[in-house]
Ligand binder design. Sequence first.
Ligand code: GLA
Length: 387
Amino acid sequence: MRVRASPITLQHEARVALKRHLQRESVGECFAPGRVNLIGEHTDYNDGFVLPCALDVGTAVAIAPRTDNRIVAISESRGRVQRDEFSLEELPEPLPRGAWANYLRGMVAAALTAGQAVSGMDLAIVGNVPQGVGLSSSASLSVALGKSLLTVAEHGPAPHAVSLQHIARQAQWTEHHYAGCLCGIMDQMAAAMAAPAEALLLDCRDLTLERMALPEDWCVLIVDSGTRRELVAGEYNQRRLQCEAAARHYRVSTLRELSSARLSTHRGALDDVCFRRARHVLTENERVLQAAAALKAADLRSFGAALRGSHESLRTDFEVTVPEVDALAAMLDELIAHHADGRGGARMTGGGFGGCVIAVIEKPTAELILAGLRQSLGERQIFAVGL
Ligand code: GLA
């Protein structure tokens, strides 16, 4: 299935939803995309490199200012409408874990805590990023909301680049404090900075980035494995703590500061788990840079090799894959070997423990690979970027 819903269509739907459910005319709309990470997994919170690519699905928010000091928001998703309402007189309390409105409350709290002026407004939120499969629907929601808060505060149209970085940071703060996940900054930066189908080589140490277009004849298939393990945030936070423990052992502020030579020579009494977590982060950073160079040179064979290396390292050293995801990545690699003579590669994407697998391939081979996939999997959610 090709998802083509453009940001413009979604913004129109948000305007219509604002009118239908809150009887207000929109004065402006904001959009932020979901993302798929091409490579660089669990490196962002270690100050490393990542290479996410923005999707053409995302979240749109339509805005109408209010004269009182309240936020009233509705969220419309697959025909279901949910509502949240609170006063701006005090910091909004988080709702129980898992509530969509925690992203709204968190972004408002982040803005208020930063001393940003937030005025009363009605909001209608419409999104089409598949949820819970590692395509960052929550970063897309938070960033679209952050842009909306700023748009009204600045009485202007699009927030400028410095503000976008600021919004990405607020969205990360929201994940930490209102959603309970100690995530890095990749998803929020991709949602704030990248245009649909554009890849960003991002250095998470200082947030410098290079925009990279996918080569004309490449495309990315995103295949939902259909599995999602419970307690993902707990596993994720534990990985982060293990990386921090390894950094402490090597006496570096983050694993980005550790060289591969020191990783082995100063291992000492570091336990096997923390050692392997650190090794994944170091080798993954190298693979991101290899992949970015391959992307520039339009060298799909090397790009594919980096993807396969990433999957293997996430399976064995970082231990965030599940058997269904391993099987799907292996199946995609076999199809790529068979139909594209090994030009391309596959790997899990996102935080892990289920979710999606990506394959980066040449467009002319996509139909054959898709046909092979459908034969083995039946109907499964498949998205494509650049096809
Ligand atoms: C999740 C987090 C990101 C990143 C990835 C793993 O998507 O939100 O910050 O750590 O997992 O690469």
